[in-house]
Write a protein that binds this ligand. Structure first.
Ligand SMILES: [Zn+2]
Length: 382
């Protein structure tokens, strides 16, 4: 085959260009503006980095301009759900359809059979979704913010899971994105309080882990049990092991521990130990576990807590020693009000704790027993 000359190349290029011109079916758009607005228009074009209306139109089509922030996307969704006929953020679905027409039975089956959740968990997830979907995906989402942290945790969990279901069913992850954005935008997440950070939503999950922990035997088993039942911080555990016990229970002001054994098998250990902003007033512990713990010949961070920590991790990778305190708080919250659980966990204001130390210890120790029984434990016998 002969080589193409430069001239032949030029001819081909020219032909191609002509072809392109003929096939150009672009439309011209015009905008009618007042003469006095023209300088403003040109100025604003420059301001946004465009030299001509043409450039602006191209970037607009390509989606480069204007830059839509997360907030605007959500605003669009919210206003779209208000005026019918506009497409929602979710591809394919129009307006509210994607959540209003969601097949609840199908969602339930997905949780139960695909995700292998407990029937009760699956049922709860679906019912929270059903109950709150008209608020969550609309401007009424503000109403969710005033609910309790426990309620918000449940709602958030239900919608996150719904996002996962949506992806599974329609191979579309936009719903998951949208859920995350709504949670963030409206600060539905409870992560900004102690309570939120500590909260474990799933009862079954908690029950399973507690069961696993209580199967552990020997000295390590006892240390884990004590950490779980007391909810104390690591340094507090070391402190209460060593600190002498004062026999005077009549309003004594000394700095030793004061222990009151209640008839229901629970000991109230008055600790009154403050270190910096960490305060520990008292703890409720099953009397038997308390006595066994005090009998340990030695107890320190190293090797005791450290060994218990590694032992737990080896049993289950998500577990660690500080998890015990978190679990304790969660068990308490199933029965007590968050501020009461906070007193036990040493997160309370002084005045709350003093009130409880004096007037409500019997009630609180009964609540303590009830809380553990929710997780199948007869704590008085532990
Ligand atoms: Zn004393």
């Amino acid at each position: 085959m002969p080589l193409k000359t430069e001239v032949e190349d030029k001819i081909i290029n020219q032909k191609y260009q002509i072809l392109k011109v003929i096939k150009d079916n672009r439309k011209s758009l015009t905008a009618r503006i007042k003469p006095e607005d023209l300088p403003v228009f040109n100025q604003r074009l420059k301001l946004f980095g465009f030299n001509s209306l043409n450039e602006l139109a191209h970037d607009f089509i390509a989606g480069k301009f204007p830059q839509i922030t997360e907030d605007r996307q959500i605003d669009n969704l919210v206003s779209n759900t208000q005026s019918n006929g506009l497409k929602s953020v979710l591809e394919g679905g129009c307006d509210r359809e994607f959540y209003e027409r969601a097949d609840l039975k199908d969602i339930y089956n997905y949780y139960l059979n695909i995700r292998k959740f407990h029937p009760k968990t699956s049922h709860d997830l679906v019912s929270y979704f059903k109950r709150f979907r008209d608020q969550f995906f609309t401007e009424k989402v503000e109403d969710i913010r005033i609910l309790t942290p426990r309620m918000r945790s449940k709602i958030i969990e239900a919608f996150r899971k719904f996002g996962q279901y949506y992806f599974y069913r329609f191979n579309n992850d936009q719903c998951t994105d949208l859920v995350i954005k709504i949670i963030r935008r409206y600060s539905l997440n409870v992560g900004n309080t102690d309570h939120g950070k500590l909260y474990i939503v799933d009862d079954n999950y908690l029950a399973d882990k507690i069961k696993l922990l209580l199967e552990m035997q020997g000295e390590i088993g006892l240390i884990i049990k004590f950490g779980l039942f007391s909810g104390l911080r690591e340094e507090e555990l070391v402190y209460v092991h060593k600190k002498p016990i004062c026999p005077n229970l009549g309003g004594c002001g000394c700095d030793k521990l004061h222990v009151v054994n209640k008839p229901n098998g629970i000991s109230v250990v008055l600790i009154q130990w403050h270190r910096g902003h960490k305060k520990c007033y008292f703890s409720l512990i099953p009397t038997k576990t308390w006595e066994q713990f005090r009998k340990l010949p030695s107890f320190d961070y190293n090797p005791h807590i450290k060994s218990a920590h590694s032992f737990m991790k080896a049993k289950d990778a998500v577990l660690h020693f500080m998890w015990l305190r978190k679990a304790h708080y969660n068990v308490m919250c199933r029965i007590m009000k968050p501020f009461e659980a906070n007193i036990l966990a040493g997160r309370a204001k002084t005045v709350d704790a003093k009130h409880y130390a004096m007037y409500e210890l019997d009630l609180m120790s009964n609540n303590y027993v009830d809380a553990w029984s929710k997780f199948g434990l007869n704590i008085s016998l532990v």
